[in-house]
Ligand binder design. Structure first.
Ligand code: SF4
Ligand code: SF4
Length: 97
């Protein structure tokens, strides 16, 4: 497991290669090196590294990427860091995930 890997096979990330125009922006903006460019198309090389931040989908002008992103877990991690408590997004109470 790499340092950026999350749970296996749970990310909602999806790439439609037919729609990809090869601009490379998804590979630039992804903070976890999920994409690589191969033969002028984006390719998912580290799917389990995806933290569903949504940056790739927001930056793809061709609608080739879909991912169900949310701020719940990120907000939980940030507030836990600030407060010095366990990171929690409250999903155990029926929240974001
Ligand atoms: S941002 Fe979209 S069009 Fe550009 S390389 Fe990535 S998937 Fe392809
Ligand atoms: S959602 Fe975020 S972490 Fe996942 S592939 Fe897109 S940019 Fe990378």
């Amino acid at each position: 497991m790499s340092g950026n890997e999350y749970l296996k096979n749970v990310t909602t990330l999806s790439l439609d290669s037919e729609k990809c125009k090869g601009c490379g922006l998804c590979a630039v903006v992804c903070p976890h090196n999920v994409f690589a460019m191969k033969n002028k198309k984006a390719s998912i090389i580290n799917k389990d590294n995806c933290m569903e931040c949504g940056a790739c989908a927001k930056n793809c002008a061709y609608g080739a990427i879909t991912v169900k992103s949310g701020v719940g877990c990120a907000a939980g991690i940030i507030s836990g860091t600030i407060r010095g408590t366990e990171p929690s997004c409250g999903c155990d109470k029926g929240g974001c995930c």
